[in-house]
Design a protein around this ligand. Sequence first.
Ligand SMILES: NC(=O)c1ccc[n+]([C@@H]2O[C@H](COP(=O)([O-])OP(=O)(O)OC[C@H]3O[C@@H](n4cnc5c(N)ncnc54)[C@H](OP(=O)(O)O)[C@@H]3O)[C@@H](O)[C@H]2O)c1
Length: 250
Amino acid sequence: MFREFIILFLALAPLTVPANDVLVLGGTRNTGYEVVRLLKEQGRNVVSLARETSDTSKLDELGVPTVTGDLLDAARMQAIFAENEFDTVISTFGSSFRTKVKPDFTGNRIAIDAAVAAGVKNYVLVTMVGIDETLVALEPRFQKMFSEQIDLKGRAEKHLRASGLDYTIYRPGGLYTGNATGTATLSKDPRAMGLIARRELARMVVAGLDDPARRNQTYTIIDPEIEPGYWDGKSQTANIPQELDESELD
Ligand SMILES: NC(=O)c1ccc[n+]([C@@H]2O[C@H](COP(=O)([O-])OP(=O)(O)OC[C@H]3O[C@@H](n4cnc5c(N)ncnc54)[C@H](OP(=O)(O)O)[C@@H]3O)[C@@H](O)[C@H]2O)c1
């Protein structure tokens, strides 16, 4: 009887259990998609969170699996973490002025708590320059414009540091859509400010994943080689060396 049970169990069990070790929150577009692409190129097991409404066509083309859920749906996020075995979470999602309900704090709080409960080891969080001591790096108009995001992302950082997870927090300056340059730097100078391409940010995040020196650190990340452009009253333009077709990233 026991022998039959073992044979039945072996027949039903999948031959290989895929170790989905990196979950990217925000991997459908922008910086998160670039992180997913690089991890896939490296042969890492990477999974992206996608909403029911997300366009997953680029991830499908890459052959990257998705788990479906909204970051603000705590029960769904808990189920995603319970049903999978992620070692590492990379959180790149954010909100724009148009986003009515901004997930920058609550989405990370829900994911961090679910990650702790599921035994995740490492949580990489992308926030922004302007939080805590780096507020001085922002011109007053940007302090005012981004005050809500600064507050929400600052609370997300605090929650992560208190969670007990290993973490790395990257605070980028202004993001633009452009190619990786290989010239970004990490800084602890509270006044450091500048621009960085999303692809360059993704390159640095992925390069630091296995670096123990980056554990439990918070960095400003900018590309000193990119000259800030001009402020036209609505947005800051960059002197972008190689502009991409806007359809490649958005
Ligand atoms: N823009 C800047 O100049 C700037 C400057 C400094 C820091 N940052 C920060 O840097 C990070 C990267 O920015 P980014 O512009 O590359 O990415 P982003 O456009 O802020 O992130 C988009 C991603 O977030 C996902 N997302 C948003 N709300 C979600 C929710 N409730 N549930 C699940 N997924 C959700 C989107 O999914 P869908 O595809 O379904 O929409 C998409 O995958 C963000 O934290 C951003 O705030 C930006």
